[in-house]
Design a protein around this ligand. Sequence first.
Ligand code: XIL
Length: 370
Amino acid sequence: MHLSRRDMLAALAASPFAQAMAGQAWAAGPVSRSALPAPSGRLFGTAIQPAQLARGTPLETSIRRDCQLLVPEFHGQWSAVEWIRGQPYHGNYDAIVAYARTTGKEVRGHALIWEEMTPDWARREMTETRDWVTVKRHFATLLARYRGKIGEWIVVNEMIDTESDDRDLRRNSFQQAYGNDYIARALETAREIDSEAKLMINDYSLSQDNPVDAARRTAMLRLVESLKNRGVPIDSVGMQGHIELAKGPIAQKEVAAFMAELAAMGVDIGITELDVLEADRNISLERRDREVADAVQCLLEVACDQPAVKSIVTWGLSDRDSWLQDREHATRTAQICSPVDCLSLNRGLPYDGNMRPKPMRGVLERMMAA
Ligand code: XIL
């Protein structure tokens, strides 16, 4: 039987010993005192899971103090809100929206369309019928329910693919059912249903110095240009910012030019899913944390210099909860063997597994203040 990390963690968390251990480790971590300043009006935020919003933990305290913008890490995806056709489940989104309201934060919906988290029934229905009503119904359910409560939506997530398609767009069920125009139609449909919400498209691998990222920046610029030229409603472009240290340095000059071109086309920019996948964990802890912080600094120096960048969102706050652990066998093992082995985890977020602030948090604090 294959157990996912989540299954294992759930089983682990259920044992009284593990709970006691986790509690101790959790309580032991010092919480940093100051909020992240944002004099520029730029928002700082994080991906969250509803279970992390239980009051008073060090993580929740940091979310409440540091963040102005919350993004559901995966509970907002189509497969999470309508796993079974016609039986939408809104409990998780409702909880996030309610928490944001009482703590004075904004919510970004993530995501209306994302192939990876589209339920099978919807994929089938779309490709069989090619009827836009499948998408429209999904949009109408969410956008209408959260009108005035969710001010910004990632309408299409991860649509670029420069490696397997000559139009630079990813082959997915939406494209198969409706053609490349599905992106424009999705934005138009979202605008029709909620004319006030800001509409974003979001993609990865746009910030590093390698040929793939370079091609993807060009593809994104072409896409935005063509949407803008056709009068399609689009307010912002999200650069996920999942930095992978093995894939080269941040392409500062190119990213600055990319951002300037987007800004000139009249769209805002967000760094939407910032974290760092380490390349080498056999170096000293100090160097590991420095390399992560340096990469973040390189990206944020450029981002914070560009007025069109309106938000910086990290993909979680604590290494303990980072999705990057799933991508590395070594950390999966570390998590299974001990509730929080902070050194064995990938250290790509502002706080370590025990909520101790790391140099990356210092960089965020300085950059947000700039
Ligand atoms: C990831 C979450 O962090 C995981 O917990 C989930 O299992 C899969 O999705 N790009 C995105 C995010 O747009 O939604 C992804 O988040 C990370 C990659």
